[in-house]
Design a protein around this ligand. Structure first.
Ligand SMILES: [Mn+2]
Length: 401
């Protein structure tokens, strides 16, 4: 017998607050939760599974978009054509009371009600499967619903518990809080959980699994995201994680101790980014640690995002690699003590005033007329000021040692 266990599709995730202007890339991101589920249905069909379990949070918002409903309906119909059933529960994002009910799913789709209920499924290899679960009727469930699950039915060859729930913590227990022992006592063969977006195997015999969400939605959900393809034979359960995400959020850690210029930073990022797979899109957060040797001007342009924004996304057929954010970390203090800082501020104002620069520097440049305009360029002045600050600071650090 074969089935797919997935959860937390979060289909209409709006992906707000991204600093990306390219419409093609934005479209790629906004479609990603949909494409992820399409990928899962593709595998279900290719592997000829008996059924697909969705452990809650099919939608992201409690007002479900027509697009998301239509899409799900289409995908369920694709499964119906291949005689594949779907067993699903509503989670805290798509709880029953919030559902607009514009569409009725095709008859291969079984939706669990708010009370714990069992469905029976005869698998192609003759296994008699019992599926037990419940849906959220409201946003929160503080009761221990797991306690009300029946013991494994005597006639069942293989029993699967389906829950959108979180382990009991003793505080904020708003998602059908349960304990692992409670689940084990039921004698089930597999627990198909949902709600936690990070993939976790809570127990191995029997398996109690959170597959995680199918598509990461921000850097907080970095790395590969997907679902489990589960195969059982003679009571032995084999689980196989497969990715479904089409975009991936990645954290890149770079040691900055050898970097001394903007081009060094760029080259180092390029080197790392080149190692990412080109079969999916990547949105990359870079952290440069030990960046003490980078000039202040470079650090500044990284910190105000102007450097990041100047990097062009790489395009590979339909995929993109985009550096979204760079963070620099320095180990020693780049800032003067308060007293030094106020002296610096006062003198820098005098020294780097346009009048002073003209008086001091223009005579030196009298044979280099093409350089004379530089003295009046505000960018040049601020660079000069930063570099001087840098130089003094370096000398100061040397003498402090
Ligand atoms: Mn969720």
């Amino acid at each position: 017998m074969k089935f797919i266990h997935t959860a937390d599709l979060h289909l209409d995730t709006p992906f707000r607050g991204l600093q990306i202007e390219d419409q093609q890339i934005l479209k790629k991101i906004r479609n990603s939760t949909f494409v992820a589920f399409e990928n899962i249905v593709d595998v279900a069909i290719k592997e000829q599974v008996d059924f697909v379990i969705i452990s809650g949070d099919l939608y992201d918002r409690n007002v479900q978009s027509i697009t998301a409903q239509l899409f799900l309906n289409e995908q369920f119909l694709r499964l119906k054509e291949k005689d594949i059933s779907v067993y699903l529960v509503a989670g805290n994002h798509d709880y029953i009371k919030s559902q607009t009910g514009n569409f009725e799913f095709p008859e291969n789709v079984f939706v669990f009600p708010k009370e714990v209920k069992s469905f029976y499924h005869n698998a192609k290899d003759g296994t008699k499967v019992e599926l037990v679960g419940f849906s959220y009727s409201d946003r929160w469930i503080t009761d221990d619903i797991a306690a009300t699950f029946p013991q494994k039915h005597v006639d069942s060859d293989y029993t699967i518990g389906i829950m959108h729930a979180a382990l009991k913590q003793g505080h904020n227990d708003n998602y059908a809080p349960f304990s692992k022992d409670e689940l084990l006592e039921k004698g089930y063969d597999y627990w198909a959980l949902g709600h936690i977006h990070e993939r976790q195997i809570l127990n191995k015999d029997p398996y109690i699994i959170y597959p995680g969400n199918t598509q990461g939605r921000s850097i907080k959900e970095a790395g590969s995201k997907g679902f489990y393809l589960v195969e059982t034979q003679n009571k032995i359960t084999k689980v196989n994680f497969l990715p479904s995400n089409t975009i991936e959020w990645n954290r890149l850690e770079i040691d900055g101790s050898g970097l001394i210029s903007m081009s060094d930073v760029q080259r180092e990022i390029d080197l790392n980014v080149n190692e990412l797979s080109r079969n999916i899109s990547h949105f990359v957060y870079v952290t440069i640690s030990n960046a003490d040797n980078l000039p202040l001007t470079v650090i500044k342009s990284i910190e105000d995002d102007s450097f990041t924004n100047s990097l062009t996304p790489r395009v590979f057929e339909h995929n993109y690699i985009v550096v979204i954010k760079i963070v620099v970390k320095i180990t020693k203090s780049k800032v003067f003590s308060d007293l030094d800082q106020s002296f610096w501020n006062r003198s820098a104002e005098k020294v780097f005033s346009p009048e002073n620069l003209e008086n001091q520097i223009l005579p030196l440049l009298k044979n280099y007329r093409y350089l004379q305009n530089l003295v009046r360029d505000p960018n040049f002045i601020s660079t000069l000021r930063d570099d001087t600050f840098e130089l003094i600071n370096e000398r100061k650090n040397e003498s402090d040692q």
